[in-house]
Design a protein around this ligand. Structure first.
Ligand SMILES: Cc1cc2nc3c(=O)[nH]c(=O)nc-3n(C[C@H](O)[C@H](O)[C@H](O)COP(=O)(O)OP(=O)(O)OC[C@H]3O[C@@H](n4cnc5c(N)ncnc54)[C@H](O)[C@@H]3O)c2cc1C
Length: 433
């Protein structure tokens, strides 16, 4: 008997929708299953979408997709409990079409993408939490939900960071994610009238501002970064924490979020804004969180489920990799269908595609980044050092001016940083930026 579908895609996030659109347009009979009542309601990103990967399936997507603002300025900085040192970047090339980055709210974008999948011919069913893959020996042959089995020669897992369908299976043999390869993302959305927002962030109508901070507001040993992004008439503010660094420290994530928001550099941005929404979600931590394999007999893994989130402490990019890997998995399924290939090895082309695209090279080249970026000193001593140094350099003290190297030494002493550590860790950082 034939299969119910050519391809089953689990999860209607960025990866799943891209896969379903591409495969349905290629002539496959696609089933896209989403556990949320609608696509997007369970999803959370900061979120800045670098959307190039949509160009090939939805040209000029930004004209129709419900995006918030196109980003024209970025600010990156470090916070100490009281001070802030930051760098502001404005790029005129970002200000015109094709815009490179947009702030987005996933509840809007994902619903729109799922509709595009439906228009392409995919069967999209929401409110369906898939229970498990249907295993026939070592072959995954569709999915099981509500006691019913739906079969397909290929299934793509696009079910996000905490992929329950993969845990405890040959895809991810461990029963749970490693806390050292997982991050916790929290986000709140605040309403702020568009005109006030534009004045406050120095942007024009439709233009957006994004800022990312090394959160030196956290207790010793806890590591993480914060963000603040402008939407149409709301602000997204959030904190991303290294899960492993929180264990055994008796800290509550919401207290850390409050402390971040109360920092003068952040509080001044939120003045008069009204909280309308909040949420939290786990984030895969790049290469360290990859599964045992990206493809096997009857299955492929894309997006966060495969650990494809690039985060170096300054930027977090997951949506673009989710889109790209969803597309590559769909192309592999189409190729196998065209060649009537099934069985072990039929979907091996996915790994070859990940390899020949920028995806695997990016993650492999930066594989060591986690070791470098998750160094407690970057969230404690270094922000302090930066703040002390700029304080010394910028403050007129009424005393004779001192040479810069003395200011540097003074900042080093205040932060407790040896020259050796500064050179070694500075070099480590430079290699990864
Ligand atoms: C706080 C925060 C800030 C972030 N900021 C950014 C940013 O600025 N830029 C950026 O590019 N990335 C950002 N990311 C990362 C980005 O959100 C992810 O990389 C991206 O969402 C991955 O897309 P995905 O489709 O793989 O997974 P998801 O978006 O997680 O989608 C998975 C989908 O699968 C569904 N699902 C799960 N299990 C099942 C099941 N059993 N049955 C059916 N459906 C299921 C879910 O409901 C969901 O719709 C951020 C993440 C967080 C948490």
């Amino acid at each position: 008997m034939g299969d119910d579908f050519d391809l089953i895609v689990v999860g209607a996030g960025m990866a799943g929708c891209a896969a379903a659109i591409r495969a349905a347009r290629g002539g496959a009979n696609v089933l896209l299953l989403e556990r949320g009542a609608e696509a997007g309601v369970k999803n959370l990103s900061g979120g800045i979408l670098w959307g190039h990967d949509l160009d090939e399936i939805l040209p000029n997507w930004w004209e129709e997709m419900p995006v918030e603002r196109h980003i024209v300025r970025k600010r990156f900085g470090v916070l100490t409990p009281d001070d802030a040192v930051s760098f502001d970047f404005q790029d005129h090339r970002w200000a015109r079409a094709p815009y490179v980055a947009h702030s987005v709210l996933r509840v809007r974008t994902d619903a729109w993408l799922a509709k595009k999948a439906e228009e392409a011919g995919a069967t999209v069913v929401t409110g369906v939490p898939v229970e498990r893959l249907h295993w026939e020996g070592s072959r995954a042959h569709g999915v099981v939900q509500g006691g019913e089995t739906m079969t397909a020669p290929a299934t793509i897992l696009c079910d996000g960071a905490n992929s329950r369908l993969a845990l405890g299976t040959p895809i991810r043999p461990a029963p749970r994610l490693s806390r050292d390869a997982t991050e916790l993302g929290m986000k709140e959305v605040y309403r702020l009238e568009a005109g006030v927002l534009e004045d406050r962030f120095g942007v024009g109508p439709g233009e957006g501002h994004a800022e990312e901070w090394v959160a030196g507001t956290l207790p010793p040993g806890v590591m993480g970064g914060g963000f603040l992004y402008t939407n149409r008439d709301t602000l997204s503010v959030g904190l991303i924490l290294h899960l492993g660094s929180m264990f055994g420290k008796n800290v509550q994530s919401h207290d850390l979020m409050e402390k971040f928001k109360l920092h003068p550099a952040i509080a001044s941005r939120l003045r008069g804004a009204e909280l309308v929404e909040y949420g939290a979600k786990l984030i895969s931590s790049g290469w360290a969180s990859r599964p045992a394999a990206f493809a096997g007999d009857g299955w492929m893994v894309a997006g966060d489920a495969a650990g494809f989130v690039f985060s170096n402490g300054v930027v977090i990019q997951g949506m673009n990799y989710a889109l790209r890997t969803g597309l590559l998995a769909a192309e592999t399924a189409l190729e196998a269908k065209a060649a009537s290939r099934s069985g072990p090895g039929a979907l091996a082309g996915y790994v070859a595609r990940l390899e020949s695209s920028h995806v695997l090279p990016d993650f492999r080249d930066f594989a060591d980044m986690d070791r470098v970026k998750w160094n407690p000193e970057f969230y404690g001593r270094y922000p302090r050092f930066a703040a002390e140094f700029f304080h010394g350099m910028m403050t007129e003290s009424g005393r004779p001016k001192e040479p810069l190297r003395r200011t540097l030494r003074r900042a080093q002493r205040a932060a407790g940083l040896s020259t050796r550590a500064l050179l070694q860790e500075g070099w480590d950082l430079l290699r990864y930026f």
